[in-house]
Write a protein that binds this ligand. Structure first.
Ligand code: S3P
Length: 253
């Protein structure tokens, strides 16, 4: 069983949704922040205050490696865990990466309500700090297999969205390479993620942009799902194009 790895900024629901997902799936719940605290024998707040962020990131990389070595686990990661390429590689190899997101105002509201000290938000204007960190981490978070915005979701809503994505992506692979709907000349029309030219994608995998030649792939893991159904569920948008190099771009029709 592939791990379900929840990544994303603080206050997006990784721990809460992760625990609920673990219960639902009958899987172990692992939190990299808890591994760090156990290894350091101190709270994260104290690690930051006494040893600094660099020391924390070292401990976090060790915790990520340890968590990623588990099988059949739901793993919640700290908000900065995708900052190191080796962390991304280890987590990606261990399972499905689902990035939870939320609007900056919602993040602040949730973080304040939790009352847990967040060393990364120290300073005069936490909302500004959240915006800056989100902008700086955008590319790192974009490496996840899917993004789910939890801003307007209840815990149950977020859990259902995560379950749908996990079940579909965990079973992918073998289903790739089929035509989109299995019958008829069905096609996805979207802008090419590389050059922006309008493209017509007729195959789940291996089509090319008619203008720049980029390889284009669509996710459609179940034979009984049309790409549109699946991608709508996955992104809340219409289509997700994946370039041959793995770049994931959501295309609005
Ligand atoms: C951090 C997020 C925290 C924790 C540490 C650093 C970050 O985890 O790892 O305070 O860099 O965003 P949560 O995302 O679980 O709050």
């Amino acid at each position: 069983m592939k791990n379900l790895v929840l990544v994303g900024f603080m206050g997006t629901g990784k721990t809460t949704v992760g625990k609920a997902a673990a219960e639902r799936l009958g899987m172990e719940f692992v939190d990299t922040d808890c591994i760090v605290e156990a290894a350091a024998g101190r709270t994260i707040e104290r690690v930051f205050a006494e040893s600094g962020e660099a020391a924390f990131r070292e401990l976090e990389a060790m915790a990520v490696a340890q968590a990623a070595s588990r099988r059949g686990a739901v793993i919640a990661t700290g908000g900065g865990a995708l900052g190191r390429p080796e962390n991304v590689a280890a987590l990606r190899a261990s399972g499905v990466l689902v990035c939870l997101t939320a609007r900056p105002e919602v993040v602040l509201e949730r973080v304040l309500a939790q009352g847990i000290d967040r060393p990364m938000l120290h300073g005069t204007d936490p909302l500004e700090r959240i915006r800056d960190l989100l902008a700086a981490r955008q590319a790192a978070y974009a490496q996840a297999d899917a993004q789910i915005d939890t801003s307007d979701l209840t815990l149950d809503g977020a859990l259902e969205a995560v379950m749908r994505v996990y079940h579909r992506l965990a079973n992918m692979g073998s289903k790739m390479g089929t035509t989109i709907a299995g019958e008829g000349p069905k096609a996805v029309h979207a802008p090419c993620p590389r050059c922006g030219a309008p493209v017509v994608v007729r195959q789940v995998q291996g089509d090319h942009c008619q203008s720049c030649g980029a390889e284009l792939n669509l996710f459609a893991p179940h034979e009984d799902d049309t790409a549109e159904d699946f991608l709508h569920v996955l992104t809340g948008e219409k289509h997700l194009l994946v370039l041959g190099d793995g770049t994931r771009i959501i295309a609005h029709l």
